[in-house]
Design a protein around this ligand. Structure first.
Ligand SMILES: Cc1ncc(COP(=O)(O)O)c(C=O)c1O
Length: 448
């Protein structure tokens, strides 16, 4: 995860890769050993006896030098190797609206199949501007205030790289999504975590204020939050706005789970708060909203000055994203609230099923307010470390999970907390429940 804390040496176990990236997608085979696979730069520095020392192919000073595969790929490979049900992966196992898929397929057939406009096709930028107005009463300029990105992942990277200079500090709420630390490191910036604590995972406004220094450039806020499932409430949002305005900070908000709130919880974008629009880059993605995570169509919106800064980086990262998939997202956004509500309703049902399964097995669980995930303390199984638990779970009972330590600058802070994804079909959740019930016989206790 995120560990650009003070030097690259602290950068974590995983590199920046989206939730749900399959091992194959990032170059690992399903049978790859579960150990981290960081390339050893020294191993590449070969020198035959009697010859002068060779220059290493890969710089040991690269900001991601110590980073191997992401925790999602690592645990995904382990799940595959043991035929486990992968509740680690934050990717739905059923696709979103068929109308969107057909619109994208039709666009592929009819073209154009050449580069889409760098900022995104105009119809999608207009649809995004309409979405912001419809749901949040936010006015964004579809030409200068909206930028289509390759998933939210690129939006995060382009924002951090576009806003931060070497030596800057970026404050995040910890546990935090793994790409934050990696892109901060690439920007030469330092990730400064403000830690949220279970079981409530609430933001302490004083801790946030105390984290600001002369070097702070940006707050990188994720709500609804992965992995805790929290939705920031009024008090927390006010605290963030106060700190941002008082210290003149840019706020980058990752709102990919914006439409996946449950139990009456409501997502309120930070950009809607007084004095915040002009300093906020709002990021989102069609992936979670429409259960089409593989499409990787995301967007940034905000004031033209900030979007311009994101764009100047994004144009050199990918330049543009596939036009046909953008057309598919236009079709989805044109369908109004119904498909979005349907995705949320399905997830809500799956959330209930997994909560019952986990509670039935013996986990002490609190319903997440939003998102894809349930976090739980696994220490009752006899394993004190979440990573150890997740490494042994696939072989022991045939289920995959993710250790929360992967979301901390100091992985030890994750303790025995683990994350289970509920964006899976009911039969898969039920089968996972049958398998997890074996935990009550203490298969992990004996050898821990
Ligand atoms: C908090 C958060 N931000 C960003 C992303 C990546 O989004 P995308 O797949 O649109 O790049 C994810 C994916 O899991 C996420 O959980």
């Amino acid at each position: 995860m995120s560990n650009a804390h003070s030097s690259s040496a602290h950068l974590l176990p995983e590199d920046a890769s989206p939730e749900g990236a399959t091992p194959e997608a990032i170059g690992a085979s399903p049978t790859d050993a579960p150990e981290r696979t960081a390339l050893s730069t020294s191993a590449l520095s070969t020198s035959a006896p009697g010859t002068k020392a060779r220059r290493p192919l890969l710089s040991p000073h690269h900001p991601l030098a110590d980073v191997g595969t992401t925790i999602f790929a690592e645990m995904g490979a382990l799940a595959t190797a043991h035929g486990a049900i992968n509740l680690g992966q934050g990717a739905p196992d059923a696709d979103g609206p068929i109308e969107m898929i057909e619109a994208a397929a039709a666009a592929l057939r009819s073209g154009p199949n050449q580069y889409a406009p760098a900022t995104g096709i105009p119809e999608l930028r207009q649809a995004i501007a309409h979405h912001q107005r419809h749901y949040y009463d936010l006015e964004v300029d579809p030409d200068a205030g909206v930028l289509v990105t390759v998933g939210c992942t690129e939006g995060i990277a382009a924002s951090v790289l576009g806003i931060c200079a070497p030596g800057d500090e970026v404050i995040v709420l910890e546990p935090s999504y793994d790409s934050y630390g990696a892109v901060a490191a690439l920007a030469g910036a330092r990730l400064v975590p403000v830690t949220l604590r279970p079981p409530k995972w609430r933001l302490d406004g004083d801790a946030l204020e105390a984290a600001v220094t002369d070097r702070t450039r940006a707050l990188l806020i994720n709500s609804p939050h992965n992995p805790t499932g929290r939705v920031l409430d009024d008090e927390e949002r006010n605290a963030i706005a106060k700190v941002a305005i008082d210290a003149d900070l840019v706020v980058i908000t990752d709102e990919v789970y914006e439409h996946l709130c449950f139990d009456g919880h409501r997502h309120v974008p930070l950009a809607t708060m007084p004095g915040m629009f002009e300093r906020t880059i709002t990021l989102s993605s069609a992936g979670k909203t429409f259960a089409l995570t593989g499409w990787k169509v995301g967007w940034a919106s905000g004031p033209p000055e900030l979007i311009k800064a994101v764009r100047r980086t994004q144009q050199f990262l990918t330049y543009t994203s596939p036009g046909a998939l953008q057309r598919g997202v236009v079709a989805g956004l044109a369908m109004g609230e119904a498909p979005i509500d349907a995705v949320r309703a399905g997830l809500d049902q799956q959330r209930g099923l997994l909560l019952d399964v986990l509670a039935g097995v013996g986990f002490d669980v609190t319903p997440p307010e939003a998102g894809y995930f349930i976090t739980a303390d696994a220490s009752w199984t006899g394993v004190a470390d979440g990573r150890d638990f997740c490494l042994r779970l696939p072989e022991a009972v045939g289920v995959g999970a993710i250790p929360l330590g992967a979301f901390y600058v100091d992985p030890d802070r994750g303790g025995a907390m683990v994350r289970f994804a509920f964006c899976k079909q009911p039969d898969q959740i039920a089968e996972a429940g049958r398998r997890l019930s074996a935990l009550t016989q203490g298969p992990l206790r004996s050898s821990s």
